[in-house]
Design a protein around this ligand. Sequence first.
Ligand code: RM4
Ligand code: MN
Ligand code: MN
Length: 426
Amino acid sequence: MQISKEQISNHNEQFFASHQNKLNFTFSEVENAEAIIQKIMQFSIAIPSWALGTGSTRFGRFPGGGEPRNLEEKIEDVGLLRALDKTSNAISLHIPWDTPTNPAEIKTLAAQHGLAFDAVNSNTFQDQADQKYSYKFGSLQNVNKAIRKQAVDHNIDVIKHGINLGSKSLTVWLSDGSCFPGQLNFKKAFENTLESLQEIYAALPDDWKLLVEYKAFEPNFYSMTIGDWGQSLLFANKLGKKAYTLVDLGHHLPNANIEQIVSLLMMEGKLGGFHFNDSKYGDDDLTVGSIKPYQLFLIFNELTQGIQANNPPFEKGSNFGWMIDASHNIKDPLEDLLQSVEAIQIAYAQSLLVDTIALENARENNDVAQAQEILQRAYRTDVRALVAEARLRTECALSPIQLFRNLKVRENLVNVRGSKTFATGL
Ligand code: RM4
Ligand code: MN
Ligand code: MN
């Protein structure tokens, strides 16, 4: 299914008058409104290929119908998102869930939808049918050299797929760790993992990044071999300048101060990628901004400040790995992604409202109340009209979910693909 320009402009006409009112008001309140719109228009975010189907829990899966049956249909789905909001303009593949068997055709198809390929992701947290050794006791950390080699070879294979598609980074997330005290020699597990990562790093093209993702727990519940940003940074530093830490918002212990982590990683020039999602307890995959929107804003505040001090990775075409990483079990995945994209844009826009000079002054004077006022003033400003205006100017929908529903996109996909389709992924 394709959404036409005409369908979008008809939809926008209905909402135009009320949008214009809100926009005029926002312009009267926000001094740098035009600059914010421009930044949002340049903003780019990748969609993971595994977020387009219904996610499962360990208790079951309830597929919603019309799920993409193959990589081509996943690209088509991201194309739909991009038609509604130009921000979603890249796709990140998980291999072997989405192995591109004909890369030239896949690349052409993606280009037709205006999509680039973001980071490629390896998978050594599951066993594949044709695989010789099992990863039950870990992959890159495994006590058995042959198992480690199998996992290394897989990662090198993933890099090759990425090269064919024009990706510029490999994300390594390991489920390696242990479930019980005594099971693992921590030092050996670290050293084995480092040696394996070094072999992968050696196969990385010079203009690529290796993104080392960490996660506090699950599926291992006693220790994770790359469990936090300290461990990830340790690996990244030992590996070299092409290696970076990747922060996935849902991968921390409760109440972790993620904004502080972001600030320090940027200070070190080692923040390489970001997986946006939200969580309340143990799930790492809820819709961005659905649980802790203020935290999301505070994180963006650090990102924006760090970027202003360093380089402009938000811009289109940059190879900074900004991605949504969410896949949960009850919402329509496309509606969920539209909500996530907007939550990110709102937090980004609000972070651009922060009066950084005044904030720094307040800090230097230990004026705690004033510092809080400055941040909260930005957070409490309604920037939705600016985000909508960025969509309007890029020929996208003023209200993406409304249009998605009015056009009966999901019903259409069910008609074509059937109600019992299963997308590869979680
Ligand atoms: C993990 C992690 C990785 C993702 C897998 C599917 O929890 O977030 O980024 O590749 O899930
Ligand atoms: Mn992730
Ligand atoms: Mn995760």
